[in-house]
Design a protein around this ligand. Structure first.
Ligand SMILES: C[S@@+](CC[C@H](N)C(=O)[O-])C[C@H]1O[C@@H](n2cnc3c(N)ncnc32)[C@H](O)[C@@H]1O
Length: 468
């Protein structure tokens, strides 16, 4: 896992790679593929190291299925004859798409939601299923291989995503054009992990492609090979994108060979199409990302740099003195209510698990400042209402109401959803022995001080709530 430290900073496997022994306790399918070897001679514990038999495609399949089930509540079937995706690597590309949408403010809950197009879903249909489960996105995907298409369709239905993900057969020789036309829809982005090679011989000969032992499985030719290789495939996508223009806001593709990046950039440069590139690092494998647009200035995009350590989060610890799932749920629900109902923020769930839940939170209005004044006013209002109940006259209530500056955000907030948000941050709630820690991590916005005020607001509200 030499390159793991360069994984996308939000990749959940970056700092916590799968522990095979633990995982196999939960998913006994994996047990048969565990390999135990002695620990390092220098290690004091002499503990053996438990790994997985990565050369066995069935082991890889069990791992992928277990991670999807444990971390994303996704249940998929995969034939051993098709490409078996690794979850951490697929997340890296998806997280980059999130960054691009975010940088252009097209990741907020749009009226119809975010709609993506995935070219070549594979049998797993992994990008669409992850994007749907993680971010609530809708997808149209295409697939050229009949067996992979059938599996992808079954996997979508099996996970109850048929209303949000449509898996279509590839449209003849067209990669994008005919599919987009046939749906009559507009897409926020398209993504693609094309077959890399021009021929099987090239795959086997290419010095620049040395598949790590553990990545090899008897991949069908359609997964790995396409006439002209990935450069021809993506140049055709670029050509079709010129005709589609802003029907897709951000076009993108993953590239399996570094040597493909330069010729594709040259094609975009020649046509003055703005683009941006990135590197995906996972395990011992590197991949490249290329994204371009006909309506957005991709050159000015500052995406979250995968090589830069994220800012330290602001943390608030809640000490219960006892731990139960019910306590954690109560706190999570209260935090959701405070953010969504009281502060009118928008939450997108990014991870839900027993020990840790994470959301991306966007605020369009500052409803957290001056909370002390607002609470004082609410208290006055309450006292006045009690006076009324005791028959003490209406005038007190009226004046108290007119003094109160707290307001309920109206439905026009929805209409302004595309406007610039004030702040966007990650909220993580973690449970650890006797404590629950709530972490707020800055993503973007107008003023970093807001994050501090939001923590103070949540802290005050939760203290009141927990005392009850
Ligand atoms: C490298 S695999 C990627 C599968 C999956 N997206 C993943 O990342 O695991 C490429 C997929 O594209 C499909 N494919 C090849 N040419 C295609 C085309 N013209 N339109 C749609 N799918 C195509 C292949 O059958 C294969 O399933």
């Amino acid at each position: 896992m030499a390159l793991n430290r360069f994984m996308h900073p939000r990749n959940i496997y970056k700092d916590s790679p799968p522990r095979f022994k633990e995982l196999a306790e939960q998913y006994p399918d994996l047990k048969a593929f565990l390999v135990e070897r002695p620990g390092e001679p220098a290690a004091t514990s002499h503990k053996s190291i438990v790994s997985l038999d990565f050369e066995n495609p069935a082991a890889l399949r069990s791992l992928t299925c277990a991670l999807l089930r444990r971390d994303f509540n996704l249940d998929i079937d995969l034939p051993l004859t098709k490409l078996i995706p690794t979850v951490p690597s697929r997340l890296n590309y998806l997280l980059w798409i999130e960054d691009l949408l975010h940088a252009h403010k097209i990741d907020l809950p749009l009226p119809g939601g975010v709609l993506g197009l995935d070219i070549g879903s594979g049998a797993s249909c992994i990008y669409a299923l992850l994007g749907w489960r993680k971010n609530g996105w809708s997808f149209v995907t295409t697939e050229a291989d009949e067996e992979a298409l059938r599996f992808a369709q079954q996997n979508v239905v099996k996970n109850g995503a048929a209303e949000k993900i449509t898996v279509l057969p590839a449209y003849g020789s067209s990669h994008l054009l005919e599919t987009v036309k046939s749906t009559g829809r507009e897409f926020q982005f398209c993504m693609c992990n094309p077959p890399f090679f021009g021929s099987l011989a090239e795959r086997d000969e290419k010095a620049s492609y040395k598949p790590p032992k553990h990545a090899c499985n008897p991949v069908a030719e359609t997964d790995a090979v396409v006439e002209g290789g990935e450069v021809a495939f993506v140049s055709q996508m670029i050509g079709e994108s010129v005709q589609l223009s802003d029907k897709i806001k951000i076009y993108s593709s993953m590239l399996g060979k570094k040597s493909s990046v330069a010729p594709l950039k040259a094609i975009l440069d020649a046509q003055k199409i703005p683009y941006t590139t990135t590197e995906f690092c996972q395990g011992r494998t590197m991949r490249w990302g290329l994204a371009w647009s006909h309506c957005l200035d991709m050159k000015s995009v500052t995406v979250v740099n995968p090589h830069k350590a994220p800012d330290r989060p602001l943390t608030y610890e809640i000490d219960f003195g006892s731990k139960s799932e019910t306590d954690r749920m109560r706190v999570c629900l209260k935090v959701m209510e405070l953010l969504e109902k009281n502060l009118k923020m928008y939450l997108v769930s990014e991870r839900g698990g027993k020990e840790r839940s994470q959301w991306r939170v966007s605020a369009l209005k500052n409803l957290w400042s001056n909370q002390r004044r607002k609470r004082r006013e609410e208290k006055n209002l309450k006292a006045a209402e009690e006076d009324v109940e005791m028959g003490d006259g209406e005038s007190v209530v009226e004046s108290s109401l007119s003094r109160s500056s707290s307001r309920t955000p109206d439905s026009t907030d929805e209409a302004k959803i595309n406007a610039k948000y004030l702040i966007q941050f990650h909220l993580t709630i973690k449970s650890d022995s006797m404590k629950y820690a709530m972490e707020l991590r800055w993503i973007d916005g107008e003023n970093r001080e807001y994050l501090h005020s939001i923590v103070v607001y949540l802290k005050n509200q939760l203290q009141e709530f927990l005392q009850r």
